[in-house]
Design a protein around this ligand. Structure first.
Ligand SMILES: Cc1cc2nc3c(=O)[nH]c(=O)nc-3n(C[C@H](O)[C@H](O)[C@H](O)COP(=O)(O)OP(=O)(O)OC[C@H]3O[C@@H](n4cnc5c(N)ncnc54)[C@H](O)[C@@H]3O)c2cc1C
Length: 459
């Protein structure tokens, strides 16, 4: 690799400074490569400014609101007054600004050259930004994703998650189109903020990619919290009325509310960026790569949300690191999407990694798997926290654990051990012999493993 590049030639040139792009840049400089990174908006991308971080700040405020409402149950008398949305927004903005400052400083310190502006791939090793051509011996495409809108008029009372995160008031009521992860997280936060929420989901269930047992608990808990759902029918029309919105479904049913959040998935940002002109294959806008994230054109790789699969920040980080390692010649290990840990930060939270029972049956055969469900009612810490829920483990018969799933307040913290179990292909008997500290929710993983090993302790 070159010792030092001039301002326009790099060992690695990255298009897009979100989770995937900046991770590739940081890892590449660690190997002594010179790196240019083109960003048209803000370093940190969707996750930092309009995704993971702001929504989790809202969900934390939501948890506090519920704790204040419910504290008497624990013998603590408080008076819940209101949610001051402008103040919640300013708390969220402060967190984002702090992280943005840190990231900007880190890129500078590590000598990643950030090129501000909108980039376009103009040859197999060049990106043009505002009339200047920058070249890279290797190019990493990381232009990310944006909300799908199906042509709905975004603005005013009809919004995507990006606009919803800028609201400085709490709407009285909201219709959320889409009961996937983003729609369900907003439903959870808004309900805690006092919004009357209705989720419209075209499929038969919320968070449809999760294990059926987990979905059942979420739907039950949402119902208990007063979150309304209309499942199994797609929406047809969304209109702004004088003081709100009206949503009409395919079966003619109508719903009205003050605002409408469109959370029907995210599509890739690849249009007009020169990818196809350079011979890169796109499928519905997504960049097609081989399993080593190479596009098959020149030394061009693609990472993050533009590559079909799970749209998660940590998948983007991992792919960014992977590509930098690949360019450095380190032959990194491929991590399959199924083994990527997932968390939905609703109340109750969901964590999962590996195969659901349904997917495991498809993959290994109906009779080739065993499952166990451990009810959090038997877990001391969960009772202290006032949460129900379950841990579900799936194993191959006489083989390793291939899926760990959980639902309950704070259960996201268990994803660490869950993902080690699945990715290290641990057997229930391995996990059962390890000690899980008492009283923690972590014990529930040990209990589930013991049950799957045929020797439940408290079961
Ligand atoms: C509401 C919401 C909540 C989420 N919560 C979570 C969560 O809790 N956990 C989780 O793991 N994931 C979450 N995600 C998903 C996560 O944000 C994405 O998976 C992640 O940001 C993808 O990273 P990326 O680098 O591929 O793309 P992005 O983060 O979208 O970054 C792409 C970058 O490229 C830039 N860019 C695009 N085109 C150009 C161009 N032509 N020139 C220059 N720059 C360009 C963009 O400005 C952007 O900064 C959430 C997403 C949303 C919307």
């Amino acid at each position: 690799m070159s010792e030092k590049a001039n301002a326009q030639e790099f060992d690695v040139l990255v298009l897009g400074g979100g989770s995937a792009g900046y991770a590739a840049a940081l890892r590449a400089v660690q190997y002594g490569m010179t790196v240019g990174l083109v960003e048209k908006a803000k370093l940190g991308g969707t996750c930092l400014h309009w995704g993971c971080i702001p929504t989790k700040a809202y969900l934390h405020a939501a948890e506090l609101a519920d704790d204040a409402r419910n504290s008497e149950k624990y013998g603590v008398k408080t008076t819940f007054e209101e949610v001051d949305m402008a103040a919640v927004k300013s708390y969220k903005d402060g967190i984002v600004a702090g992280k943005f400052k840190g990231l900007t400083g880190l890129m500078k310190m590590k000598k990643v050259q950030v090129i501000e502006g909108e980039g376009k791939l103009v040859s197999q090793n060049e990106i043009e930004v505002d009339g200047t051509r920058y070249s890279g011996k290797n190019i990493v495409l990381a232009s990310g994703s944006q909300s799908k809108t199906f042509g709905l008029p975004i603005g005013g009372k009809i919004m995507t998650s990006t606009e919803a995160l800028e609201l400085d008031y709490t709407p009285k009521s909201a219709i959320i189109l889409g009961g996937g992860v983003i729609g369900s997280e907003f439903a959870s936060a808004w309900n805690s903020f006092g919004v009357d929420v209705t989720i419209i989901e075209g499929l038969d269930h919320l968070v449809p990619n999760e294990d059926p047992a987990i979905i059942k608990v979420l739907e039950r808990e949402f119902k208990k919290r007063g979150i309304k759902t209309n499942l199994g029918t797609f929406f047809e029309k969304v209109e702004e009325t004088g003081d709100g919105v009206k949503v009409t479904l395919a079966d003619g049913k109508e719903f009205t509310a003050e605002v409408c959040l469109v959370a029907v998935g995210r599509g890739p940002v690849t249009e007009g960026l020169g990818y196809e002109e350079q011979g890169i294959t796109l499928d519905r806008g997504f960049v097609i790569t081989d399993e080593r994230l190479h596009t098959g054109v020149g030394n061009i790789y693609a990472v993050g949300d533009i590559v079909p699969g799970l749209q998660l920040a940590h998948r983007g980080y991992q792919q960014g690191i992977f590509v930098a390692e690949e360019i450095a010649g380190n032959n990194p290990l491929i991590v399959e999407d199924v083994n990527i840990p997932k968390v939905t930060f609703t109340d109750p939270e969901i964590m999962s990694v590996g195969y659901s029972e349904t997917k495991a049956k498809e993959e290994f055969g109906e009779d080739a798997i065993e499952v166990t469900e451990y009810n959090l009612a038997g877990n001391g810490k969960s009772s202290i926290l006032g949460t129900g829920g379950i841990i579900k483990m799936v194993r191959q018969k006489d083989g390793p654990i291939v899926g760990v799933h959980g639902i309950g307040k704070r259960i996201s913290e268990q994803i660490g051990e869950a993902q080690l179990i699945v990715n290290w292909e641990a057997y229930p008997e391995d996990v059962a012999t390890f000690i899980h500290a008492h009283p923690t929710q972590n014990e529930s993983l040990g209990e589930a493993a013991m049950a799957l090993n045929g020797h439940p302790l408290h079961g």
